[in-house]
Each structure stands twice: as C-alpha cells, then as structure tokens.
Design a protein around this ligand. Structure first.
Ligand code: RI2
Length: 322
C-alpha cells in the first residue's frame, strides 16, 4: 500500500484542535479546515501536479476524519478541492489559495446576510432563548441590535460542555441582559420567551435539523408553549448526501465529558452515553434562516438541489479507493 503524503503541521494541528473541540462550531470548523488546506498548499514541496493533488487529498482525509456530524466540514473540503485548476504545481498552489480564500470570505458574507434575515424575525423587546453556542444565531441577535431593537436572553448552559457559557459571555459583551439556566429549566422559562433561536450542524433534505443534543426536546417544549422555533443555518450546513438517502451520522463523544473520573468510579457498572447531537423533525421547526432567505423546513430541499445538484462525492478519496 502506498504511504500517505507528508502533511503540514497546520493540518495535523487543526485536525487535533477540531477533534478536541478547541476549534468548535460548524462555521469555525469549516473556516479552519479551509485555512489548513491553504497552509498545506503554500508549504507543499511537491514537484509534480499529481503529488500536489495527492497531498491535498490526504490533508482533506485527515481533516474530514475528526468529527462526523457537522457537514460544513466536508462541504468546505469539497469547495476547496473543486477549485483546483492547472497543469503545474504553481498553478495548482495558486488556485488552492484562491479557492480557500473565496470559501472563507463567502462564509463571513453569508453569516452577515443570514444575520440580517434572522433579525427581521425578531421584534423590539423580545426575549430569546438559546441552546449551545452558534455564531449563526449570534449574527441574528447582533443584526437585530444593529437595527436598534432591544433584546434579552435566556441562555441554556448546554451540558455536558457548557457552550452556553460562551453564548452568555458574548451576549453580555453586547450588553444584552442574560439569564443563564440549567437545561432542565427550559420548559419553565419558555413561558417568558418570545423566540427560540438555535444553530445547526447539518440540515437534511426533509428539513430535519441536526444540532447540539437537547435541541429536539427544546423544540417539543417550544411547540407546547407556542413559542416560535427558528434555526439559523448557513447553506454550508445543508447536507447534500441526504438527497441520496444517506442519514447524518451522530457523533458519540467520550463519557469523561459527562462524569469526572471519581464520579465514574463510584457509579461502577453503568453505561454512560454521550451523543453530541440529536435530530429535530421539521414539524417542530418554524423557519430555517439562511443567507439565501428564510425557508419553511420542508422547502429546504429545493434550495439544496439548486446549490448542490447531485454533487455528493468525496473528491478526497485516496486514488484507487473507488
Ligand atoms: P455555528 C455547535 O456544535 C452547536 O451544535 C451549534 O449549534 C453548531 O455547532 C453551529 O455553530 P459543537 O461544535 O456554525 O459545539 O452557528 O459540537 O457557529
């Protein structure tokens, strides 16, 4: 079997940071992956075009194998690889850098546009409830503040990793009054909430939303309380493989995120499960807000066909692996 090409440190370091969640959040993961491919291209010592391409594919595989659920990651890798053009190493290098830069710039622009769409759904004085930490959600809140609206927030802490604390700090910095609650208190507080805002790691062709564990229960509670449930998701969160009948894999993380070592020892022979995401069916979602506008979840399939066609292949597969 042929050995894997040498990878730049930026690729292995980025992959490790994504796997450990030092870099987390679907958009940040995609951005970091594109930057790592650019670093690989810049530093490549390949002497022929095929070796250069093989290096890039190997870098993609390393990045791809870090976290399985956020589809923004394979979508980023596909975008950059599809931008490769040229018959010489220099031309390929240049096109990789351009492609990675274009992807990253699109990401920023898309989030700004999405924020303005999401902000239009919010009214002055609204109380919003958040789950986890989503930069797409924060873009909506920031745009609403820019529109002169005043908002306050009920922020779920989001066990086991408490990403709600990141959201609370960011909102505090924006001078939004924040009430931090334990996840179990969501149903009670929904009585005082006008809008639930969550992000997404992937959106399936039927409009199901795959997001941080606890999202689906929150959606059921919001429906019960009559509170609109909005998903903020750039189109890189749309999973083209679901057009072809695939389901989105749910990442199972280590039990050490749920219980510390001493507690674990005290619990003895029980199983500790730590799925990172769950699936919220479209019937519990009021709107999916993207940079291309707001969609009822059931019509997201049309947008997905328009953007991705039938393009679901993995161009980073090793040569000869089928
Ligand atoms: P943005 C996060 O996953 C959350 O589930 C969040 O809703 C989603 O990524 C989207 O994040 P994790 O990486 O792209 O914390 O909106 O497991 O920033």
């Amino acid at each position: 079997m042929a050995s894997e090409p040498a990878l730049h440190d930026a690729v292995s370091e980025t992959a490790a940071a994504i796997a450990s969640m030092e870099i987390r959040g679907a958009s940040a993961i995609a951005d970091a992956a594109a930057a790592a491919l650019a670093a690989q291209a810049s530093a490549s010592e390949a002497t022929d075009p095929e070796s250069f391409r093989a290096e890039l594919r190997a870098a993609c595989r390393t990045l791809h194998d870090t976290r399985p659920t956020a589809v923004s990651l394979p979508n980023a890798l596909r975008y950059v690889l599809q931008g490769l053009e040229g018959d010489t190493v220099e031309a390929l290098r240049r096109s990789t850098l351009e492609s990675a830069e274009a992807f990253r710039a699109n990401l920023d622009r898309a989030q700004d546009r999405l924020g303005r769409v999401g902000a239009n759904r919010l009214r002055d004085g609204d109380v919003v409830m958040t789950h986890c930490h989503s930069t797409d959600v924060l873009a909506c809140i920031e745009a609403a503040l820019d529109q002169g609206k005043s908002l306050s927030a009920v922020v779920k802490e989001t066990r086991p990793r408490n990403q709600g604390h990141l959201t609370a700090r960011r909102l505090r910095d924006l001078d939004v009054p924040v009430t931090l609650i334990v996840d179990n208190a969501a149903h009670r507080f929904l009585a005082e909430v006008d809008h639930v805002l969550v992000g997404a790691d992937a959106v399936a062709a039927d409009g199901s939303v795959i997001n941080k564990i606890g999202t689906s229960g929150l959606a059921v509670s919001a429906r019960d309380r009559g509170v609109p449930f909005m998903v903020a998701a750039q189109t890189i969160k749309l999973d083209p493989a679901t057009l072809e009948g695939h389901t989105v894999p749910i990442e199972l993380r280590d039990e050490s995120e749920v219980v510390d070592e001493a507690t674990r020892a005290g619990l003895g022979g029980v199983e500790v499960a730590n799925p990172a995401f769950d699936v919220t069916p479209p019937r519990h979602v009021d709107a999916i807000v993207t940079e291309a506008g707001q969609f009822p979840p059931e019509s997201v399939v049309t947008l997905m066909r328009e953007l991705f066609g039938r393009e679901v292949e993995a161009p980073w597969a090793a040569e000869g692996s089928g």
